[in-house]
Design a binder for this molecule. Sequence first.
Ligand code: FAD
Length: 490
Amino acid sequence: MSGFDYDLFVIGGGSGGVRAARVAAGEAGAKVALAEEDRYGGTCVIRGCVPKKLMVFASEYAGVVEDAQAYGWQLAQGPFDWTSFRTRLNAELDRLEKVYRSLLKGSGVETFDARATIAGPHAVKLSTGEEKTAKHILVATGGHPVRPDLPNAHLGIVSDDIFHLDALPKSLLIIGGGYIACEFAGIMNGLGVEVTQYYRGAQILRGFDDEARGLVAESMRESGIDLHVGTNIMEMAPAGADHALSHAGTGSDAAMGATAQDRQVRDSRDAPQTAAGGPVWVKSTNGAERVFDKVLFATGRDPNTAGMGLEEVGVSLGRRGQIVVDGYSQTAVPSIYAIGDVTDRVNLTPVAIREGMAFVETVFKGNPTKVDHELIPSAVFTQPELGTVGLSEEAAREKEEIEVYCTSFRPMQTAFAGRSDRALMKLIVSKASRKVLGCHIVAPGAGEMIQLAGIAVKMGATKEDFDRTVAVHPTMSEEIVTMRSPMRTG
Ligand code: FAD
């Protein structure tokens, strides 16, 4: 080592930072330190993928009981006990955080439970007052949810807060149409909350295949979510506050499509309420005024770069505050690298991990490695799930001539139980190369299916390769190898 305290100082103990620190210390033998200001495991483990997926599981049991009854099981549906679930969830997150800490310790990484900021190209300042030097600094500070710029926006909650609710609200308004908004709509609806969702765009899940997002939206509505597209929040206030009352009576109930229940809730504003944590009055762009127990803003995430001292040392930030890096995750300051959500490239856990591993290969193993951001499979955990890899029909058509193979059907398992759910399997095929450019699945378990289809697509499989593969019968995914004629071409 060359006069520095460490070979590597990692800021942020989330998915990307922990992996990079562990591999640099454990496999490359580097002297590594890591600072985490909150809980080890970061967004994914503490307030993202993991608790969310456990909530998805919890929310789907109501449907399972109904289906089991249709299959002849004599089961009675009981109420959902949020407190008991939350206690178990917290215990699981505590366990996982300990695992992360011990993985770091086991790899020989020195950890600091402190906030770290950049004090120079090779220097880090800790909130404890200590200053440490390192040959390389890796910024892996992730991102945070943002509220819209709206008066009283503090009355709304964000995804971080969902896991700490004292009780489930009776009614919830979700603002947003991205995957986090849609997943929480499904979760809360499944847990028995009356869910309304506003999204300002024409269709939820922007960027995904149009037909797939259409089916997800339709299924969400059928399952009881009151989804309004082309609609946004205009004003909000504590229910019962003068501000809100002064707006009561604007527009007739009939014109606004208000239900009896809306009117009843609105009347409840006459009762005194506490502002913080209490019901919220909302006026939306469609003119409707309603009161919701909670409003959840799922309106995007910003990178954690504020007050980090990055620009002061010469690191460039983008328009949204993200750290600008090259293909090797190196910033404008050669000794400082950045990975994961703080770079706002593809904001997913496995991508942050890959970027961390590529960084270690490049800097500590003498093997310059760029991160491959092409053909990343991903899933949206709605009901049904959406699994996707590659180009949407719309994006592919802009590039070249394509064939679209598509089938939609009622899955055997839920059709037998009398549900009207539909599944969708879709392949986008290049007319010229015959390669499968995109695969989109809307079905229960689509997240599991797309991981495997993703291997074939990543390998450059052609439609004929899919056709040569014998179906596994009877399954839903067999449809992906049995679609014979294109539904559309051009
Ligand atoms: P993070 O995991 O955010 O870690 C950053 C860490 O840095 C945090 O622990 C933070 O406390 C710490 N930190 C920040 N600033 C400092 C500082 N100055 N000093 C010290 N420590 C600091 N991805 C998927 O792949 N699949 C999913 O299903 C999925 N679901 C999600 C659901 C939700 C609700 C959310 C919010 C995200 C979800 N994601 C999902 C995204 C995924 O969580 C992130 O892409 C991933 O966690 C990014 O990892 P990271 O290492 O970049 O940052």
